[in-house]
Design a binder for this molecule. Sequence first.
Ligand SMILES: Cc1cc2nc3c(=O)[nH]c(=O)nc-3n(C[C@H](O)[C@H](O)[C@H](O)COP(=O)(O)OP(=O)(O)OC[C@H]3O[C@@H](n4cnc5c(N)ncnc54)[C@H](O)[C@@H]3O)c2cc1C
Length: 451
Amino acid sequence: MSTDFDATVIGAGPGGEVATSRLLAGGLRVALVERELIGGECAYWACVPSKTLMRPVEARAEAGDAAGLSTPQLDWAGLRDYRDYMIRHLDDAAQVAGYQKQGVTVIKGAARLVGRDPWRIDVAGQQVTADHVVIATGSDPARPPIEGLDDVPVWTNREATTLREIPQRVVMIGGSAVGVELGQFLARMGSHVTLVQRGPRLLDREEPRVGDIVAAQLRQDGIDIRLGRQARAARRDGADTIVELDDGSSVRTDVIVLGAGRRPRTAGLGLPELGITPDPRGGLPIDERCRVSDGLWALGDVTGVALFTHVAMYQARVVADTILGKPRRADYTAIPRVVFAQPEIAAVGLTTAQSRDRGIEIATTELDLAEAITRPWTYQTHPSGTLGLLADRDRRVLVGAWAVAPQAGEWIHQAALAIRAAIPIDTLRDGIAQFPTFSEAYLTATEQLDL
Ligand SMILES: Cc1cc2nc3c(=O)[nH]c(=O)nc-3n(C[C@H](O)[C@H](O)[C@H](O)COP(=O)(O)OP(=O)(O)OC[C@H]3O[C@@H](n4cnc5c(N)ncnc54)[C@H](O)[C@@H]3O)c2cc1C
């Protein structure tokens, strides 16, 4: 039986968009189903607005620390307008028209799988068939079990990134990337921020040193960090909200902002009826080619592999190329992890704990950039920055790196390439980096490694 489409992509976030474009370029008949806006969470309520909001705050702080400059004024209305422009005023008409012009059939509505062999997809009563279905439905913010949360003002990333006024007081739940970025942004815009983190450290999937350095920075920004604490209950008191923590203390706030993780979005897709069940973390189980079952593929946050746009786009390339007859295997070695705070926090590869779990004997080093290289001094009057490296003693290659420093999200990619390509330490030690750049730090740090 001939199908309506060679491939139907469900979800038009960054992953779904890359898959769609690549499948189309490969000559397939493609449908793209989207229940909200073409561009997904990333374009409207996550990466793009958060990085747009963070940049002037970063530039202002950097200007204040550059020799001979004073701290510039920040114009909130101007920043808000530019944020609105960057999120396309929550209007995707141009994107829909663009895809249609290229030959993609765009179907607006929530998709549900209703049959297989061939795949049948229902969108608001309209049914289409396809040889391949790519699920790219993203993730939802986790809602922690705080009693009374439904009765008080709560922002997820959506309200936080589209905010129109800066709240006076904020309780931020969660000390991962979202909590650190939005917490620092709000604090620097004048909010009094209390950040409640369940674990003993911020960014607790990174090296403990990273969490400590970041906590010191955020405290300097005036954030009240409560580590090892959980919010138990929330209630209204007039116009205020009172958040009760598990140590018996309470915090008065205007709004609670949730940054407590995300869950793969699989509800309503009709998967259990077709015998497909998510893994224990809620992600769609995929093989190394991102295949769920014959002709069914998944990519991006819904897989739960690593909740980043660049991972969604990478998996999209794997899926599309495999469908197009050029099979690829996904290799998740050395995915960069950047938190766009000021200074930037960047990491790649394994942490010390992960290396130990894998039985890798490592050598580690930590470099104070202001002591070791010149660039921090030409960059700012209060130079700072740290680079950490982890190397496999047997293989004599890098296995992990982290940095907290200006533009670390850019120059961490040298470590990413070195780890992914297993470039020998001796080759790295023989490298020549432009003077004076932050990249010079790698030379000193690799020489420092006791291998
Ligand atoms: C505040 C914040 C900041 C972030 N910053 C960064 C960053 O700087 N860099 C980075 O790499 N990552 C960042 N992320 C993570 C990033 O947003 C996600 O990893 C990325 O959006 C995942 O892309 P995706 O294509 O899997 O899904 P999404 O972008 O979530 O898109 C999924 C799409 O599927 C649609 N959909 C869902 N169900 C259906 C259905 N049944 N039918 C039809 N359509 C459906 C949705 O409407 C949505 O448009 C951030 C996240 C947050 C919350």
